[in-house]
Write a protein that binds this ligand. Sequence first.
Ligand code: G3I
Length: 364
Amino acid sequence: MKNSVIAITFMLLAACSPKEPGLKDTFEGKFVLGAAVNVRQIMGADVKGDSVLFRHFGAVEPENCMKSAEIMPVFGQYKWDMADKYVEFGEKNGLEVYGHCLIWHSQLTPDFCYDKEGNLIGPDELKARMKQHISTVVGRYKGRIKGWDVVNEAILEDGSYRQSPFYQILGKEFIPWAFQCAHEADPDCELYYNDYSMHEPGKLNTAIEMVKDLQARGIRIDAVGFQAHIGMDYPDLDLYQGHIRRVKDETGIDVCITELDMSILPTITRSADVSMTREAWQAALNPWPDGKFPQEAQDAWNARMGEVLDMFLRNSDAVRRINVWGICDSDSWKNGWPIPGRTDAPLWVDRNYNLKPFLHKYAR
Ligand code: G3I
């Protein structure tokens, strides 16, 4: 009750106060700016987060509520409530609404690819189930979702295909099938392939081959999603820019930056130092658990993220949309990965709901 009163109050205040320009206004004509939203923000329980969203962003993605395991916990049995609320939330707040994600090996409905005995189903059954799921979900929101991440993370860093259940059953044919089903369900909807580590040459080469194959078959694909979960020491930005250009130049379609975040914490791989105890590794991964990031670390983060944004602006002819993977630092999944309980600061808005300094030349 208290939250809803606060939410209503805030919305009334927002409705009365003059609309101050935000980041989305600054970047209008360059690219659409969006953010992933969580359940609290969709439900209006994160009043401060929502006010930042409404002022600075013009689009939303669902962090979790449209993934198959969340929307269809058992194959064919749907829980529409949160997905419906997400779409309504975007529409009533004048935001472009994007869908994430239709076919993914993770957060996957447990029985999607298996029979009652727990064996992988056959190719015809999988094609039927994919068509049923995709046409049900895309069809439900036809004309209301601007673009869908149709297939997520199907390629590994070396360019080989991930041995997901979809691939094990259908080979790479599951990909054109997914795009075809999505297009039939909503012919006007934009369709994307989405993946992380798109700075890896092998992955990029295979992604470009995939796009060209879809195009040769006359199957719609509008953009490649570069998730852009990046770090302070990867990727090299010239390389990343080159990969964005390769997609545009070799396929003619755009790139969407779909899940941008940049950890302020050190990238440490335990294998790099086998003598490191688990405790030492965890401490090294979470050096500032109190969230008091040294000014030097903050300055370095802002400098690099400023270079990242400048690169996207220089290539705005090829970058259709930038979506940050959360509204403020406390929302980020990076506070729980690769170990639970980290304190990271990977997003554009800090824990006090303020834009970070690299953005101050664009908006406050
Ligand atoms: O919904 C359950 C809740 O009922 C339960 O009480 C709680 C505690 O166990 O878990 C909740 O599920 C969590 C889910 O997020 C919803 O909050 C899962 O444990 C948690 O693993 C899941 O994490 C999500 C992660 O994908 C899963 O791989 C992150 O929030 C989400 O930001 C992240 O996003 C993915 C993109 O979709 C695809 N690209 C990579 C990116 C990062 O993994």
